[in-house]
Design a protein around this ligand. Structure first.
Ligand SMILES: [Zn+2]
Length: 330
């Protein structure tokens, strides 16, 4: 049986103290992905942070924002022309963020959809999606919540219906995170690759209006994180992400990874890309028909491209399909 493999990227800047540049976080790594896709006839899904596009348009009076908007816009249309998919990614904290003196000032106090009223979030989703559509000329079919913060789903449900978006990919089985900015709890999510749902993304509902194409869960051992740490120390040029910004960090979570097994997901960021072939083998043995991988252009390191290329070849040699999400919905 062949497996649908969706390699997905959240196309966004960093949201910590430094947002990083569009060149290093988006344009350069994505151009390398375009080359990789073209070489191997692999198609990816890019969840574009539409709030960023909206704010670039709002700040188009600033020459550097206008120039970035032009470059990013041209990259997005190139992606579509090459057969990749653009999905909708919403980070509502763009509402409170602005560009001044040559840099973005991010305010992540209201990071989750649920930090806004239902009416506000409907308006945000609508205007961010509209901003993205002015560039791509196309509505998005798939959605991923910023920072996985899709809960409570009821809060954003009407907004997605209004945009005719009925496919989500924000959930990974076992995922749990409680932090000042992020919070989500997917411990009750089905251990399945996909399901229909209606009012709660973790509760399958027959004939539900929405489809969840779940991000593939993956348990990582402390050994992985020690290896990652050592690699970064010994060969930073190869293992360090290309993006030049700073993550919104939860230090407690980072330390915990060094001594406890963690619920993670199939990921192609940095050294995480090395876990993809073993994960694919396990899923094949379990006769799973879908694998959803999450990454970020900003977090790809030189090593990631190498691991990704090997992975893509491996999938092809093992009868897998590297498709976009909207192509993979049967
Ligand atoms: Zn994001």
């Amino acid at each position: 049986m062949s497996m649908n493999v969706h390699i997905t990227f959240d196309y966004e800047l960093f949201f910590g103290t430094y947002s990083g540049s569009a060149e290093k976080c988006l344009l350069e790594p994505t151009n390398r992905l375009l080359e990789l896709g073209q070489q191997h006839q692999a198609y990816f899904t890019f969840f574009v942070d539409a709030g960023y596009i909206y704010q670039l348009q709002q700040h188009a009076h600033d020459a550097s924002c206008a120039q970035t908007l032009k470059k990013v816009g041209s990259q997005l249309t190139t992606l579509l022309r090459a057969g990749h998919e653009i999905g909708l990614h919403i980070h509502p904290h763009w509402e409170d963020s602005f560009f001044k003196n040559g840099k973005w000032h991010m305010n992540t106090a209201r990071y989750k959809a649920s930090d806004f009223t239902k009416t506000e979030i409907q308006n945000i989703v609508n205007k961010y999606h509209a901003a993205l559509k002015t560039i791509t000329g196309k509505s998005c079919n798939t959605f991923r919540a910023g920072g996985w913060c899709i809960q409570p789903f009821q809060h954003i449900r009407e907004a997605l219906i209004a945009e005719h978006i009925f496919t989500d990919s924000s959930v990974y089985h076992g995922g749990y995170h409680q932090f000042s900015a992020h919070s989500y709890d997917f411990r009750k999510a089905p251990d399945a690759t996909e399901w229909q749902f209606d009012t709660d993304e973790c509760v399958p509902a027959e004939n539900g209006r929405f489809t969840e194409l779940a991000i593939t869960p993956l348990t990582l051992s402390p050994v992985f994180y020690w290896q990652l740490y050592l690699n970064m120390k010994l060969n930073p040029d190869f293992y360090k992400p290309l993006g030049d910004g700073m993550w919104l960090k939860d230090k407690k979570k980072i330390y915990r990874q060094f001594y406890r097994q963690t619920h993670h997901f199939a990921c192609c960021d940095g050294y995480f890309a090395s876990t993809l072939i073993p994960a694919f083998k396990t899923l094949s043995k379990q006769h799973k028909k879908r694998m959803v991988i999450l990454g970020h252009p900003k977090s790809l390191a030189p090593c990631s491209f190498l691991y990704l290329e090997k992975f893509i070849q491996f999938v092809k040699n093992n009868n897998g399909q590297l498709t976009t999400m909207n192509q993979g919905i049967v």
